[in-house]
Design a protein. Structure first.
Length: 161
């Protein structure tokens, strides 16, 4: 089962063209809108334009928020991999258990954000993306839960809980 963020992302991607087409349709059929005379008398001649601008501004703000969220996810992913590479270079011959414990102690929030992004990529239609995502998840976490995203989601929910 997808988390709320995944459902919102899916709705956002699928709803974008419908939202923009709806605004276009509203502007195009404006002269034939029911109750147009009431709307014009109450709000002015450019009521449809005002509504369209308000919705577009709101939508741009949503896109801005989404870009900030994605920037945070990608930054977390890159930082988690940099941290992992530094630990691997410095750790050399230490056991896998102690290296894993040290990684978890460093920045678990960044690791979880990176794992979320990689888990989302495991749902790709492209086999090479799924393979790379699985490889990097194993590298990041230090355990292999297989190629089934459900097992990784279970791990992620246990880590978040």
């Amino acid at each position: 089962m997808q988390d709320r963020s995944g459902k919102f992302d899916s709705f956002f991607r699928q709803g974008t063209p419908l939202f923009l087409l709806g605004l276009l349709l509203l502007v195009l059929i404006e002269p034939w809108l029911p109750y147009r005379s009431y709307l014009v008398a109450t709000f002015g001649d450019d009521v449809v334009l005002k509504v369209a601008v308000v919705f577009l501004i709101g939508y741009v703000l949503l896109l801005w928020g989404e870009s900030l969220r994605l920037h945070g996810l990608l930054t977390g992913l890159l930082e988690a991999f940099r941290s992992f590479d530094r630990e691997q270079a410095a750790g050399g011959g230490r056991g896998a258990g102690s290296a894993k414990a040290e990684r978890a102690a460093r920045d678990p929030r960044a690791r979880l954000e990176a794992a979320k992004l990689l888990l989302a990529a495991m749902g790709s239609d492209d086999e090479s993306i799924r393979e790379t995502s699985h490889h990097n998840l194993v590298r990041l976490v230090g355990e292999d839960f297989g190629r089934d995203p459900a097992a990784w989601r279970d791990w992620l929910s246990r880590q978040q809980g």
